[in-house]
Ligand binder design. Structure first.
Ligand SMILES: Cc1ncc(COP(=O)(O)O)c(C=O)c1O
Length: 381
């Protein structure tokens, strides 16, 4: 059966080069990186070389990059420890942040004031609102805003947000999970305090991520133990995962423009084709040049019986997409992001998310199948 994968914002396939690198590391570098003998040093070298790759990309120093198990852990670490140890009294975020940020803020609710900025129909925040909240009083504040939205693709203007935070002495935490390897994420230019990334979103393995912690913000660890990662994150390092993540990032950086051009052409073709087949279709999130995550196309289908069955029929046709909501435990709930942008609940959103491994033929296959679900001239009902 034909299967096509358009769910790359959920997770990406491992590249063969990454598998090869990880297999070599798993086979040859079994020493504990904390051991001082040859085998330990060999593993340690892999970790430190990988750290260099991540730090160079972020324009950060080596001491500012720490390996974690995933971005969820990275985000928990930054938010919880900033509140505990930097005297944060208030966190300003937006309702379209990822659940690992929103639920962490909720868990901190008793200790801080939580403010959510409003978002418009495209999922954009109002910078004036952020500025006036910060200017209104001098509460010690952490602003937590993502680089690009994982469901609808809207990009936040991180450089302008960082400027406002700096002017008002607020810390900035940026969940950059969907941006890593696709945009030039520069922690130094943008005065970011904390930032997170996750390998499985850029063709690296699952179970490995990183956190950038600006050297001016000393926070203690979330996980205590053997003092690995300069005591920021205890636990024996996932050496093969770290090596795989670094190689996947190196490849993403090297092929960035080429991948972007290919993905944009696939995205444009799908967008045009969908519009032709279903004129009532709409696309969620900002759509202007450089305003969106080019790997995501969030399509809002008109209400109707066919649309109700769309997600199911896509799966039957071997097409992997997301149903407009991040389903974390196999259960699809209404998306908090779509709710926040006022998406009509009668319509159905499908998130197509691309990688450079997708082909035009796969896009044509999706369009062919959708044309079968929505035969021309029969309307959407
Ligand atoms: C924007 C965003 N933040 C955080 C995460 C969580 O990343 P991880 O799977 O590494 O915990 C995801 C994954 O879906 C994401 O898209």
């Amino acid at each position: 059966m034909k299967r096509v994968y358009f769910d790359n914002a959920a997770s990406t396939p491992l590249l063969p080069e990454v598998i090869e690198k990880m297999t070599t590391v798993l086979t040859e570098c079994y020493g504990n990186p904390s051991s001082i003998h040859f085998f330990g040093r060999k593993s340690r070298t892999i970790i430190e070389e990988s750290r260099k790759t991540i730090a160079n990309y972020l324009n950060a120093s080596l001491g500012e990059v720490f390996f974690t198990s995933c971005a969820t852990e990275s985000n928990n670490l930054c938010l919880k420890m900033a509140v505990e140890h930097l005297g944060i009294e208030r966190i300003i975020s937006s309702p379209t942040e990822h659940h690992c940020v929103l639920h962490t803020i909720e868990a901190l609710d008793a200790k801080i004031e939580s403010v959510q900025l409003s978002v418009n129909e495209f999922g954009s925040i109002d910078l004036n609102e952020l500025q006036s909240i910060l200017e209104a009083d001098s509460k010690k504040t952490l602003v937590s805003l993502m680089y690009v939205n994982n469901e609808i693709g809207t990009k936040h203007p991180v450089d302008l947000i960082a400027e406002i935070c700096e002017k008002n002495n607020a810390f900035l935490h940026c969940d950059a999970v969907q941006a890593i390897g696709k945009f030039d994420v520069d922690t130094s230019k943008n005065k970011i305090s904390f930032l997170s990334g996750s390998a499985h979103k850029f063709h690296g393995p699952k179970g490995i991520g990183f956190v950038y912690i600006n050297q001016d913000n000393i926070i203690p660890p979330l996980i205590h133990g053997g003092a690995q990662e300069r005591n920021m994150r205890s636990g024996t390092e996932n050496v093969a995962g770290i090596a795989g993540m670094a190689l996947a990032l190196e490849m993403a950086i090297e092929e960035k423009e080429e991948r972007k051009a290919k993905i944009l052409s696939l995205r444009n073709q799908l967008k045009l084709g969908l519009k032709e087949l279903i004129p009532e279709i709409k696309f969620n999130g900002l759509q202007g040049e450089d305003e969106f995550l080019y790997t995501v196309l969030s399509a809002s289908f008109p209400a109707g019986a066919k649309t109700e069955l769309l997600n199911f029929n896509m799966d039957i046709a071997g097409i992997a997409v997301s149903g407009g909501s991040a389903c974390s435990s196999g259960v699809e709930n209404t998306s908090h992001v779509l709710e926040a942008i006022g998406h009509d609940p009668k319509r159905k959103t499908i998130r197509f998310s691309f990688s450079h491994l997708n082909t035009m033929e796969e896009v044509e296959y999706v369009l062919q199948k959708i044309s079968e679900f929505y035969p021309k001239n029969l309307g959407v009902e």
